[in-house]
Design a protein around this ligand. Structure first.
Ligand code: ZN
Length: 192
């Protein structure tokens, strides 16, 4: 069971939220952004977002992370209740430095899957255990998940979180992330 670390108000350009942090055994610094009263509330919209420094913060066009983050927060800001769980697992869990190494290989023409394999890294090392812990902390056992990624839904279902609905996240491909998005779709099963 996760233990609450701190909770504070977080007014944003997308709406008024609260931000929660939790003590985790691994000292991970994840953030949980909460809209409204969610304790014990079922089937609220939830976005589980993995950190992407280059996209989320720097506005990189190499991926669609920032689009997905903004779309999610804009949506959640308009709801009575909802939550964004922001997991600090950069580069699908391989970390920033490895992600940039993989980008370098992609600049030479390899796709995102090939690049990771060439570096001896897993294609997707993301782990959603913390997110499951957060949902259980709030007494939530069924959610409407904002995602294009079926693997994320499977993980939740296997961990006793029902996904009653998938809310797709639409984003427009740019010339820079078109190849990346088609790789995610074709090689990783994302529903884009
Ligand atoms: Zn990204």
């Amino acid at each position: 069971m996760l233990e609450l670390n701190a909770r504070a108000r977080l007014p944003t350009i997308f709406g008024d939220f609260e931000i929660y942090t939790f003590k985790s055994p691994e000292n991970e610094e994840h953030a949980v952004v909460v809209k409204g009263e969610i304790q014990g509330k079922q089937d609220i919209p939830v976005r589980i977002h993995s950190e992407c420094l280059t996209g989320d913060v720097l506005g990189s066009k190499r991926c669609d992370c920032r689009d997905q983050l903004i779309t999610s927060l804009s949506y959640l800001g308009k709801q009575d209740a909802g939550m964004l769980i922001y997991l600090r697992q950069e580069g699908r869990g391989i970390g920033l430095l490895n992600k940039i190494k993989a980008y370098s290989l992609q600049d030479q023409g390899y796709d995102t899957v090939e690049a990771n394999l060439m570096l001896g890294l897993p294609i997707d090392k993301r782990d959603y255990t913390f997110a499951v812990g957060v949902l259980k902390y709030f007494g939530i056992s069924s959610i409407r998940l904002m995602t294009n990624n079926p693997a994320k839904m499977d993980f939740l279902t296997e961990n006793e979180i029902n996904v009653s609905e998938r809310i797709p996240i639409k984003s427009e491909p740019t010339p820079f992330d078109e190849f990346y998005l088609s790789t995610k779709k074709v090689r990783m099963g994302h529903q884009l």
